[in-house]
Design a binder for this molecule. Structure first.
Ligand code: CP
Length: 315
């Protein structure tokens, strides 16, 4: 089994229940991963994903090897048949086959470059490892998705939901740097598996990939979207149509107390890291309705469930 996308979750409700069981007793399966090794390859920075996935593996008794590929590994070539007389020193074919000999599971983080939409949508790095590695692959955030994050989000929402059918709003917010759509995409895909009144709000022109949003409701008026919401999930993403560009930085989209007052005493969620007073005001992030720290805590149990399923070879 690989864990590449939310689509790999066969029953979200069962997965969330299982993750919550792990959270109650994280060391129950501490011998399951004995003599097994998780290799974590990072092509981009990380705090939560790196430490929570490592913690999850340690809870299962696994050994962990971490490599920051961009500054420690050889530059990789991903094109089959390439004449490698330029910058790349090693082909993904050898790299993936070699790493597979050292590791029982390989987890990879490789963000979108936000220059070439087609290349990003092809998930070159993940696809290369999927093609040539001989062990299971876990996506620690690719170009188009962050399924470990959205599994943690689902766990967190289950713990905090009060209404039977909650209203959940994914709200775009401004950011000074161009960010990928990966977190938002996986959150949308995860919400499509939930029984919820789900609304996406963003400025016009900031539509996510329609192949991902499908028939999810879009509301361009953020205040209207926030009305009676039970969860506000905030995330910036760069423009998908004018690919990778920042075409709006309107501070009126920053989530503040006045906007949260429109909701049904909603919980505030963000995957972190977050830019204070740009994406969200201090007054919201520091309020008792903010559940971002617990959301980050649940990254461990999401990762542990995925690793456990792979080690047990179950779906
Ligand atoms: N949310 C998340 O993936 O955090 P990191 O980028 O710090 O891993």
């Amino acid at each position: 089994m690989n864990y590449i996308s939310v689509q790999n979750i066969n029953n979200l409700s069962d997965w969330v229940k299982d993750a919550l069981k792990i959270k109650k007793n994280p060391l129950k399966n501490k011998k399951l991963g004995k003599h097994k090794t998780l290799g974590m390859l990072f092509f981009n920075p990380s705090l939560r994903t790196r430490l929570s996935t490592q913690k999850a593996a340690l809870n299962l008794g696994m050994n962990v090897m971490v490599m920051n590929f961009t500054n420690e590994g050889w530059t990789l070539e991903f094109e089959d048949g390439a004449i490698m007389n330029k910058g790349a020193s090693e082909h993904i074919k050898e790299a993936a086959e070699v790493v597979s000999q050292y590791c029982d599971i390989v987890a990879i983080r490789a963000f979108a470059g936000l220059v070439d939409k087609e290349k990003d949508n092809a998930e070159t790095v993940l696809a290369g490892f999927l093609k040539y590695a001989t062990v299971p692959i876990v996506n620690m955030e690719g170009c188009t998705g962050h399924p470990l994050q959205s599994l943690a989000d689902a766990i967190t929402m289950e713990e905090h939901k009060t209404a039977h059918r909650p209203k959940v709003v994914l709200s775009w917010a401004p950011h000074p740097r161009a960010l990928p759509q990966a977190v938002a995409n996986s959150f949308v895909e995860m919400m499509q598996l939930q029984d919820a009144d789900f609304v996406i709000t963003h400025p016009e022109g900031y539509e996510l990939n329609p192949e991902i949003t499908k028939d999810s409701k879009i509301e361009y008026d953020q205040d209207k979207a926030f009305e009676n919401a039970d969860f506000i999930y905030t995330k910036n993403w760069s423009n998908y149509n004018d690919y990778g560009k920042i075409t709006n930085s309107d501070p009126n989209w920053t989530v503040n107390a006045a906007k949260m007052a429109l909701t049904n005493n909603a919980k505030f969620m963000h995957c972190l890291p977050v830019r204070r007073n740009v994406v969200v005001a201090d007054e919201v992030l520091d309020s008792e309705n903010s559940i971002v720290i617990e959301q980050a805590n649940n990254r461990t149990y999401a990762a542990q469930l995925v690793l456990q399923k792979i080690l047990k070879n179950e779906q």
